[in-house]
Design a protein around this ligand. Structure first.
Ligand code: MG
Length: 169
């Protein structure tokens, strides 16, 4: 672990998630509903695959297990849950341990619709939940080039990395 800007220690976490497309559901990515999307994502919660990846990156950096350990999909409390509020809970959980989020970078793997025109809104929404400037939250988009479950339009995947700084005791 390397020294962080505040004299503490900076740790990195990795997050990954995937959800299957399903008709009749909204497509929500990073807390933003992509209006006009033909298909949404299936899941116990709102199936916000991008926010789930960010949550796992934060939990990973903090050494706090994973999203399923904190918000089990067998718990009715999380049925159709707003993933952005879960993200806010995780940020508070980290803060209670003296951990501050430094920066988040993400990639959404989705054949269509194009993410481009939603990227600014998604960055701003995630940044607000993370307590960061939008400049510290990056959202990239990639496709499956027709290959694999992304390319076959079976679902969407997301990757995230996050840095978390432990304040010096
Ligand atoms: Mg998920």
């Amino acid at each position: 672990m390397s020294p962080g800007a505040g004299g503490g220690v900076t740790r990195t976490g990795l997050g990954w998630d995937s959800h299957r497309f399903k008709a009749g559901r909204p497509l929500i990515l990073g807390g933003v509903e992509l209006e006009g999307a033909e298909l949404g994502l299936d899941g116990h919660s709102d199936a916000d695959v991008l926010t789930h990846a960010v949550i796992d990156a934060l939990l990973g950096a903090a050494g706090l297990d994973d999203i399923g350990a904190h918000f089990p999909d067998t718990d009715d409390a999380y049925e159709d849950a707003d993933s952005i509020s879960l993200l806010r809970e995780v940020v508070a959980m980290l803060a209670a341990r003296g951990l501050a989020v430094g920066h988040v970078d993400t990639t959404v793997l989705m054949e269509r619709p194009k993410l481009g025109r939603h990227r600014v809104a998604i960055r701003e929404r995630l940044a607000d939940a993370l307590g960061l400037d939008a400049a510290s939250v990056n959202v990239k988009a990639s496709t499956g080039e027709g290959m694999g479950f992304v390319g076959r339009l079976e679902g969407v995947a997301a990757l995230a990395v996050a840095t978390v700084r432990q304040s010096a005791a």
